[in-house]
Design a protein. Sequence first.
Length: 74
Amino acid sequence: MSLPAEIARLSFDERLQLAEELWESLRAEPEQLRLTPEQERELDRRVIAYHADGDLGEPWRLEWLPKADRADSR
């Protein structure tokens, strides 16, 4: 899909604003955003794996710390 000429002539900031407005217009109609059966199965699989794993991971802030310092930050 190529961009219509009018969109291609917009500046980066204008295109970004347009994308944000388009996204917000989609969010206004959540009932229209449906998952495919494959997507639903994948999400179900991930939720089951998440609950079965038992490892909830670490808060993202800890990812910035050296591993030796992470235990002290919990």
